[in-house]
Design a binder for this molecule. Structure first.
Ligand SMILES: *Cc1c(COP(=O)(O)O)cnc(C)c1O
Length: 426
């Protein structure tokens, strides 16, 4: 593992993050660590731009264009071009905007298509937003089974107007083949909406791949982009559609001429029409530091190099943790095939095996921070999630975390009162 870390050209980038020493942080897929530069940048925004500049800073410090500037910094990370990405609001709100826009575009193209297709194990907020919009629009929300890989058959049904998927599943870490899905959807006239919450900053993305382009995408600022708690999210619309789309949250700053204060709405050209209200400048400033930290990888191979390292880290962790995990009845939810794996490893707990919650609490007490997710439905197992961020995690951390997991599993298979719970050994 040390040799892998020695050969890792990306390893100096870890210093861009303010990680507490001795902590093994494997939860950057939930909240990324603070980029060192974020503290200085936010302090500058507070003490200079706000305190001294006051209202003048909207122009003098570029506050008014900061949301687009951060979008431009972010664009190459997701395979988009400058001018196409807006940073604003939360992922949930951006999902509402793009789904509303996609529904109206789809209805104009073909009013007989009124099914929004998704997957039953999609993240709750995606399902809730879709449920609300379907109810409002009189559409049907159709949920393909968890683990669906062959979307061609689902997309063949002539009533499907939109396919909304999360690229990397938040529980299993399984990744969809975006290009393939987009090709199938495009051939059948179905619009695609992608949630990149667990992809942006962790895996390579090509939203405009020729013949396999996505139509709409949203993603999260506080996970692998290290934008800070509650960081604004991002939204992208294919440039060929964007001026034909109308999003439902018409706010004054998405107007073509916001400072004309006209009585009626006219959408701004391009992605700016996805703006609703005033952007959170302090949060944007922190997110900019996070995105710029990732862009430091450009000179070292960029997202392709980060993706290679991510796979190397998750492979190492799977290899080092498998024997102990399987001895305690855990099963690997994350696909072994690299092209189907995002940047996390999820072990599913077995009924009657060690208690996952207490295993994760034990890991956190000893400085290995992953997270625990309980099974949302009957029959779905609790999981232990370990997120690996290629910007700062190391192979040695993967190895040490696997050792700690083995020890905690052994401890947790002995009940709290000393009663030995029998591990499920197969
Ligand atoms: C984290 C996450 C979100 C977050 O939504 P917020 O609006 O920022 O709370 C949305 N979708 C997915 C798939 C996520 O993993």
């Amino acid at each position: 593992m040390r040799a892998l870390d020695r050969d890792d050209a990306l390893s100096p980038l870890r210093d861009l993050l303010a990680l507490p020493p001795e902590l093994i942080y494997l939860d950057g897929n939930s909240l990324g660590p603070m980029p060192r530069q974020a503290a200085a940048a936010v302090e500058q925004a507070l003490r200079h731009e706000w305190a001294q500049g006051l209202i003048r800073s909207w122009n003098d410090s570029g506050w008014i264009s900061r949301a687009r500037a951060v979008g431009d910094d972010l664009a190459p990370l997701i395979g988009a071009s400058p001018g196409e990405v807006l940073v604003a609001d939360s992922t949930s709100i951006n999902l509402h905007k793009v789904l509303g826009a996609a529904m109206s575009l789809s209805r104009r193209r073909d009013p007989t298509r009124a099914v929004l297709l998704t997957q039953e194990d999609n993240f709750p907020t995606d399902r809730y937003i879709a449920q609300g919009l379907c109810q409002q629009w009189g559409w049907t929300l159709r949920e393909a089974p968890a683990g669906t890989k062959d979307w061609a058959a689902e997309l063949d049904r002539p009533d499907v107007g939109i396919l909304m998927l999360t690229h990397v599943n938040y529980r299993s870490g399984e990744m969809h083949d975006m290009a393939r899905v987009n090709r199938h959807a495009q051939a059948r006239g179905v619009l695609t909406v992608w949630d990149l919450a667990h992809s942006a900053g962790a895996v390579e993305l090509a939203l405009k791949a020729p013949g396999a382009a996505a139509d709409f995408a949203v993603g999260c600022g506080y996970k692998y982009l290290n934008g800070g708690p509650g960081a604004p999210a991002f939204v992208w619309v294919h440039p060929e559609h964007v001026n034909r789309t109308e999003q439902p949250l018409r706010g004054w700053l998405g107007h073509e001429a916001p400072f004309a204060f006209e009585p009626d709405y006219r959408p701004a050209p391009g992605i700016d029409r996805y703006t609703c209200g005033t952007p959170p400048i302090l949060s944007l400033t922190a997110l900019q530091a996070g995105v710029r930290a990732l862009r430091q990888a450009d000179a070292l191979g960029g997202m392709a190099a980060l993706r290679r390292k991510s796979l190397s880290l998750t492979s190492a962790f799977i290899e080092c943790s498998s024997a102990a995990a399987q001895a305690h009845g855990l099963t690997l939810l994350t696909p072994l095939e690299p092209q189907r794996r995002g940047s996390q490893v999820s072990w599913a707990c077995a009924a009657g095996g060690p208690d996952g919650f207490s295993v994760m609490q034990g890991l956190i007490r000893r400085g290995v921070i992953g997270d625990f997710r309980s099974g949302p439905r009957a029959g779905e197992p609790d999981i232990l999630r370990f997120g690996f961020a290629p910007l700062y995690n190391t192979h040695e951390e993967a190895w040490r975390a696997a050792q700690a997991l083995a020890e905690e599993l052994a401890r947790a298979s002995t009940g709290p009162l000393g009663a030995v719970r029998r591990p499920l050994v197969t």
